[in-house]
Design a binder for this molecule. Structure first.
Ligand code: NDP
Ligand SMILES: O=C(O)CCC[C@H](O)\C=C/C=C/C=C/C(=O)C/C=C\CCCCCO
Length: 324
């Protein structure tokens, strides 16, 4: 079979460009050895980490996909199943399932199949693991989320509401602000048009206990000023600097950290040893209607780079997905 595969054609400088990507064709044999599976992608996930992950020019582009198993000699991944796997931006893949996270044959009926790369994929698992493990939110506490309208942020906010917290967030347009309020955020502001200090004071009159940080930079320094004593900060991402060509500058935070005894922890989703446990909790909440999901859908393999570039510039509400 022929597989279409994206390779990196040039190093990124600032925001990625279409010319930084190239499609090549690979021949993939349909003959399987014991343990092997042959898959065809049904949905590709453009994710921010692939902007900063080390991928050499000429190397295949990395990333998550939802795929249908066409043939299998592996009992764990049977023919016909859907599988979430980190096999990159490619159509046909032969593997031993070593890049698979889990099969997704039990997706809730009330959500699109592509949710398997969103709320039930790497971003949703990140939100669940990151919030519960590193922020440890308690009922009545205030949780602040940056990147609130995105794939991770929308789920962090909704889980925090389920736990009985006051949830506030910021995002990059008035439409996004209205969206996050519609899914339960108690307050939100457009960071492109607001006075951050004033907006945070209004949104969190009792201060912030938990900060789920997707964005980093100056916004995070501003949030630190509003943290309560013994507050917890989960540093999940730093997207404000992913496309920067110069080092970002932000006010120092150390005095806040010392005086308030803040706990700041970086997290990586692949260190979550119970990804399927996160999946199961999220699936239950989706079925119960306690979590809503939204996607910004692009169509076609040839449109993956454009969807990726749009997402990095804030063109998505909820999860950016590419359906093939
Ligand atoms: N640590 C881990 O294991 C993981 C970390 N992450 C991180 O979580 C974060 C969110 O990822 P994800 O939910 O998939 O992506 P999103 O769906 O949130 O999409 C990215 C969003 O980032 C926002 N953004 C872009 N540039 C800036 C900027 N300069 N300042 C502020 N916001 C900006 C845009 O929203 P807006 O319009 O609001 O600006 C854009 O929509 C990223 O930092 C990512 O690296 C994700 C998964 C796992
Ligand atoms: O997709 C692959 O094949 C690479 C491994 C992916 C990993 O196992 C799964 C998920 C990782 C998600 C990370 C998400 C982030 O946004 C983390 C933020 C930045 C990471 C930068 C790392 C740079 C290393 O070169």
């Amino acid at each position: 079979m022929k597989s279409k595969v994206y390779v990196k054609a040039a190093e990124f400088v600032g925001h990625p460009k279409l010319t930084d990507f190239k499609i090549i064709e690979q021949e993939v044999s349909e003959d399987l050895q014991d343990g092997e599976i042959l898959t065809e992608a049904v949905c590709i996930s453009p994710d921010p980490y692939t902007r900063v992950w080390k991928i050499d020019v000429g190397q295949e582009f990395i990333g998550f996909q939802l795929a249908r198993i066409l043939k299998s000699k592996n009992a764990e991944y049977p023919e016909g199943s859907l599988v979430l796997q980190q096999t990159g931006w490619r159509t046909i893949t032969k593997s031993k399932g070593e890049q698979a996270w889990y099969t997704c044959d039990d997706l809730p009926k009330n959500i699109p199949q592509s949710s398997a790369v969103g709320v039930l994929g790497m971003p949703g698992v990140t939100a669940h693991y990151g919030l519960l493990t590193f922020c440890e939110p308690k009922k009545g506490e205030t949780v602040m989320v940056t990147g609130a309208a995105g794939a991770v942020g929308t789920i962090v906010g909704q889980i925090a509401k389920i736990l009985g917290c006051r949830v506030i967030g910021c995002c990059g347009s008035d439409e996004k602000v209205e969206y996050v309020k519609s899914i339960g955020f108690d307050a939100a502001f457009n960071y492109k048009t607001s006075d951050w200090d004033k907006a945070l004071t209004e949104a969190a009159p009792d201060g912030i206990d938990c900060y789920f940080d997707n964005v980093g930079g100056k916004m995070s320094s501003t949030v630190m000023n509003k943290m309560n004593p013994n507050g917890r900060v989960a540093v999940c991402g730093s997207i404000s600097s992913y496309n920067s060509t110069e080092p970002d500058m932000a006010p120092v935070i150390q005095l806040n950290v010392v005086v308030k005894c803040l706990r700041i922890t970086g997290l990586l989703v692949f260190n979550n040893s119970d990804k399927k446990g996160s999946y199961n909790d999220l699936k239950k909440w989706l079925e119960e209607g306690r979590i809503q999901t939204r996607e910004t859908v692009s169509k076609g393999f040839e449109n993956i780079p454009q969807a990726f570039m749009n997402m990095l510039k804030g063109g998505n509400i909820g999860k950016a997905v590419v359906v093939l």
